[in-house]
Design a protein. Structure first.
Length: 260
C-alpha cells in the first residue's frame, strides 16, 4: 500500500489536533461512571430533589457489579455510538466535497492505504474511548459495589471492541460510498435500526453482530452459549472485512466525484 505510513501519520496528527483522542474518550468515561454513581446515590438524589409524598419509600433492587457494567454498555450503545459515528461519518465524503481529496489522489498513493489509514485511526480512537469508558465504570463499580473476575471482564471488553470495529467499518464504508448527508442516514439506519430490530425480534435468531454487546455481558454472567458467541463473533469480523473491502472499492469508484 503506497504511502501508507505518510497517510497514517497525517490521520493521527489530524485526530490529535482536533482533540479526538481527548474529548471522545471523555464522553465514554463520563457515561461509564454515570450508571454506578446514579444507582448508588439514587435515594440521596430523590431526597435532595424533595417534593415526595409523605411516607414515600423507594426500595432499590440489589445490583451485582455485572449489572452496573451492563448499564454502562447500554449507555455506550446509544449516546457514545452516536458521538463516534457522527464524528467520523464524513471522514472520506467531506474530503471529496471540499476538494482536499484531490491533493491526495494526484499523488502516487493507493486507495487501500488511504482507507486503511483512516480505519486504523478511527479504531484507535474507539479503543481508547471504550477503554476509558470501561475503566470509569469498573472503578466506581468496584468502589461502590464489588469486584469483577478479570478473565471474563477482559473477554467482555474485547467482545465489545469487535462490535465497535464493525460499527467503524460500516461508518467508513458509507462515507466512501455516499455524500455526507446520505452516508450519515445510511450508517445510522444500519446500526441503530439494526439494534432496534434485534431488541424487538432478536429472540428468533442467536447469531448476529448486533448481539455482541449482550453476549459480552453474558460471558461475565457465565450464561453464554459459546457456539452462538463464536459464530456471532466470526460473522462480525467477516462482515467488517467485507465492509472494508467495499469501502476501498467505492472510494476508488467515486474518486471522479471529487471537487476540484
Amino acid at each position: 500500500m503506497r504511502g501508507f505510513n505518510v497517510l497514517l501519520q497525517k490521520e493521527f496528527r489530524e485526530a490529535w489536533r482536533s482533540w479526538k483522542f481527548l474529548w471522545i474518550p471523555l464522553v465514554f468515561a463520563l457515561l461509564g461512571m454515570s450508571d454506578p454513581l446514579t444507582n448508588y446515590y439514587m435515594t440521596d438524589i430523590l431526597n435532595a430533589v424533595g417534593n415526595l409524598p409523605e411516607g414515600f419509600e423507594m426500595l432499590m433492587p440489589e445490583l451485582m457489579p455485572v449489572d452496573l457494567l451492563q448499564g454502562s454498555i447500554g449507555q455506550f450503545q446509544t449516546i457514545c455510538l452516536l458521538v463516534l459515528m457522527a464524528t467520523f461519518v464524513g471522514a472520506i465524503s467531506k474530503e471529496r466535497a471540499s476538494g482536499v481529496a484531490t491533493l491526495l489522489y494526484v499523488r502516487p498513493i493507493s486507495f487501500s492505504a488511504h482507507f486503511m489509514s483512516k480505519f486504523i485511526v478511527m479504531s484507535t480512537v474507539g479503543f481508547i474511548s471504550i477503554l476509558a469508558g470501561f475503566a470509569a465504570s469498573i472503578y466506581y463499580t468496584v468502589v461502590l459495589y464489588g469486584t469483577f473476575e478479570i478473565g471474563p471482564l477482559v473477554a467482555c471488553f474485547f467482545t465489545y471492541f469487535s462490535w465497535l470495529l464493525f460499527v467503524i467499518a460500516v461508518t467508513l464504508m458509507m462515507s466512501a460510498a455516499f455524500k455526507t448527508v446520505v452516508a450519515t442516514a445510511c450508517a445510522f439506519t444500519v446500526i441503530f435500526i439494526g439494534q432496534i430490530l434485534d431488541s424487538l425480534v432478536g429472540t428468533f435468531w442467536t447469531i448476529s453482530p448486533w448481539k455482541l454487546p449482550l453476549y459480552g455481558v453474558q460471558l461475565m454472567r457465565g450464561t453464554m452459549e459459546m457456539s452462538d458467541y463464536w459464530w456471532s463473533l466470526s460473522l462480525t469480523l467477516v462482515v467488517s472485512l467485507i465492509c472494508v473491502s467495499i469501502g476501498i472499492l467505492t472510494m476508488k469508484k467515486n474518486a471522479s466525484m471529487t471537487k476540484i
